[in-house]
Write a protein that binds this ligand. Structure first.
Ligand code: SF4
Length: 338
């Protein structure tokens, strides 16, 4: 069976490759197997959406890539994270810090807690440029203003002196994007970057991210639970459930014909123009506790298609087409029939 990380990619060599990543949280209540063999990759100029409900492992995967998991309780127990082919999981802490600063940047859902409240927004951008690039104070200030301009902070020259609490939620998210771009990363991981914002600002931030990604030819990993956001910007999509990737496909194929019952259920719960006035489908039950992942296919207690095999055997990823995989025993029957 072809490993997930090697499934077709029309882009150049991957910049970032995650392969068979395994993470567990050792807690007082037991061991939570949070990632159970996650593999994905992203190339320059590509937007990969990582989709799933909360607790599916999408943010933990990103934190493991960045090397910012809290150990304990989190332990990486297997797998590989490579940037330009270099293994990061076994790299020295200073090397990981360097990659985190200049190679792979991350923006978070909650800009208020990601920005330091006691320093001005400008200072927080300038500090990176002075420490990592050896820029003078004046040059760093000029660049900080340019970056705030780039993310469309009005009156950037004045606002660079403001503290994070003086910015609106949308502006703070823009400031965090500016900060993440300061050192020209090749990959940007955006973890639910618009969840805390109202709908209009969400759209503006997503447009901004997409534009910057195109202009800079960055690899963008967009973590979200929002299928609507994914539809707008993703080139490829991986769908996660209970710490596994259950489907991987290019965006067009996945929206045209989901190849996994979980993806199909997510799509049925998305509002459409035709569904106006009708009750939306919801997925029955709750995501499983990662302390007690169901046997066999972890989705089987909630799956409308489950058969007896599903409760006992973990479905391996099946290649439906060269560029897409589904981890369902009945993937070939599911695809196209939702
Ligand atoms: Fe549903 Fe079985 Fe497929 Fe899992 S393997 S998604 S339970 S049909």
């Amino acid at each position: 069976m072809e490993p997930l990380s090697e499934v077709g990619n029309r882009y150049a060599e991957p910049l970032l490759e995650v392969e068979d990543l395994r993470v567990e949280f050792r807690t007082r209540d037991g061991v939570a197997r949070v990632l159970n063999g996650v593999s994905y990759h992203v190339s320059a100029g590509e937007t990969l959406a990582v989709l799933g409900e909360s607790g599916s492992g999408k943010s933990v995967t990103a934190q493991a890539v960045m090397g910012i998991l809290d150990t304990p309780p989190a332990f990486v127990t297997g797998g590989s994270v490579r940037f330009h082919g270099e293994e990061l999981l076994r790299a020295k802490p200073e090397r990981r810090r360097a990659v985190r600063a200049e190679g792979i940047a991350m923006i978070f859902q909650d800009a208020l807690s990601a920005l330091n409240p006691v320093f001005t927004v400008g200072f927080q951008i300038e500090e990176q440029l002075r420490v990592r690039r050896g820029m003078s104070r004046a040059d760093a200030r000029t660049r900080a203003v340019e970056l705030l301009d780039l993310v469309r902070i009005p009156h950037a020259r004045q606002r660079v002196r403001d503290y994070p609490h003086q910015f609106s939620g949308g502006m703070r998210q823009r400031a965090m994007i500016a900060m993440s771009l300061a050192l020209d990363p090749e990959v940007l991981i955006a973890d639910e970057p618009t969840t805390a914002l109202d709908v209009t600002v969400q759209a503006q931030i997503m447009d901004l991210l997409a534009e910057i990604q195109r202009e800079r030819d960055m690899g963008l990993v967009l973590i979200t639970h929002d299928l609507g956001v994914v539809a707008e910007v993703a080139d490829r999509i991986v769908v996660m459930y209970a710490g596994r990737i259950v489907e991987q496909a290019d965006a067009y194929s996945l929206f045209r014909a989901p190849g996994h019952p979980y993806t199909a259920a997510l799509m049925r719960s998305l509002p459409h123009l035709e569904s106006k006035g009708t009750r939306l489908d919801t997925i029955k039950g709750l995501p499983p506790s990662l302390l007690r992942i169901p046997s066999g296919c972890p989705f089987h207690p909630r799956c409308p298609r489950a058969e007896s095999l599903c409760a006992t055997e973990i479905p391996p990823p099946v290649a439906l087409e060269p560029d897409r995989l589904s981890a369902c025993h009945f993937a070939a029957e599911v695809v196209g029939r939702g």
